[in-house]
Design a protein around this ligand. Structure first.
Ligand SMILES: Nc1ncnc2c1ncn2[C@@H]1O[C@H](COP(=O)(O)OP(=O)(O)OP(=O)(O)O)[C@@H](O)[C@H]1O
Ligand SMILES: O=P(O)(O)O[C@@H]1[C@@H](O)[C@H](OP(=O)(O)O)[C@@H](OP(=O)(O)O)[C@H](O)[C@H]1OP(=O)(O)O
Length: 292
């Protein structure tokens, strides 16, 4: 039984009778193949990723597991349609807090048409892509039982300035995240999410060291998802924060050249995250102390 992914925060949505992703109860995320070259490029990328022995397991864990393609009923009622079958990367989280960050100061690619380049350039200039090397495409933050999720709409997110991005990154890990902009986020638990040996910050550094070497792929217009569990954090449990790369419709052969666009954007994001968590990148001892 397929349903609309309630925790989808960006991209094409199946809402309102449109063609979009669907999930099942076994933890699969089925993304419809776009009928133009974007669909075939994304499949080709996943096949290449898993067939090349060059990509180590340590790096593969930053991608959703790929289960091939499957023909299922499309969400728009148009009948059978091929879908990418992926791991639903948020299905294990009770209250997933998610941020979709599109990496790169340019989202167009050299092979694209003039119209497409112009469309991307407009967006890159109109958002923080050009100035910061990345932009936030979507987010949701769990604020507790009473308030539920803070999930700003697409239009609001597209207007984020560099200062908004700074503040949202802090808010993402704050203990009193409120949608209300007058409220100063308290980023006390930043050390849980961003820092620590296996936190988001360390994972991003690991990913960066791969990008400093890999020349097989150029990741145009891809996103990194930052994910943690808002519920287990509140209960003081293991936060299981993670990063996942997604959206490979514009990935091309790297032709033995470093992907400077992605690497630059990723380095900038790391700097912003490091600033957001300020001096709290390593877990202080008092956090390990048993409750009195
Ligand atoms: N494997 C996955 N598991 C869970 N959620 C996912 C997964 N892949 C994507 N998503 C959700 O769907 C959103 C959009 O994903 P994606 O960018 O792949 O779609 P798209 O329609 O190609 O986007 P765009 O229109 O930006 O090109 C993500 O922000 C995330 O919320
Ligand atoms: O509609 P398309 O052709 O699939 O292009 C989408 C585009 O509509 C979407 O913009 P928006 O609807 O969110 O404003 C782009 O997302 P961003 O806002 O993150 O730029 C998608 O990236 C476009 O898809 P693509 O990248 O394949 O051209």
């Amino acid at each position: 039984m397929f349903k609309f992914p309630e925790h989808q925060i960006a991209g094409h949505l199946a809402l309102g009778g449109k063609l979009g992703p669907q999930i099942d109860e076994s933890g699969r995320f089925c993304k419809p193949l776009q009928e133009d070259e974007r669909g075939s490029r994304e499949v080709a990328f996943y096949e290449a990723l898993y067939s090349t022995s060059k990509v180590k397991k340590q790096i593969l864990r930053f991608f959703p597991v790929f289960y091939g393609t499957h023909i299922i009923e499309a969400s728009d009622g148009s009948g059978l349609h091929p879908h990418l079958v992926l791991q639903d990367v948020v299905s294990d989280y009770i209250k997933p807090c998610i941020m979709d960050i599109k990496i790169g100061s340019r989202t167009w690619y050299p092979q694209a048409s003039e119209d497409y380049v112009a469309k991307c350039l407009r967006k890159d200039r109109g958002t923080t892509s050009l100035s910061l090397g990345f932009r936030i495409s979507g987010l949701q933050i769990y604020q507790g039982k009473k308030s539920g999720y803070w999930k700003p709409d697409r239009k609001q997110i597209q207007k984020f300035t560099a200062d908004d991005v700074r503040s949202v990154l802090r808010k993402f890990v704050s203990s009193n995240q409120l949608g209300d902009s007058d409220h100063k986020p308290d980023s006390t638990p930043a050390c849980y999410m961003y820092g620590g040996f296996s936190g988001i910050y360390q994972q991003l550094l690991e990913l960066k060291s791969w990008f400093e070497e890999q020349t097989d792929f150029h990741f145009n217009s891809c996103s990194i998802l930052l994910i943690y569990d808002g519920e287990s954090e509140k209960n003081g449990g293991n936060p299981q924060s993670t990063i996942k790369l997604i959206d490979f419709a514009h990935v091309f052969d790297g032709n033995n050249v470093i992907d400077h666009n992605f690497l630059g954007g990723l380095s900038s994001l790391i700097k912003f995250i490091s600033d957001a968590s300020a001096t709290q990148l390593s877990k202080p001892k008092w956090l390990d102390a048993p409750a009195a």
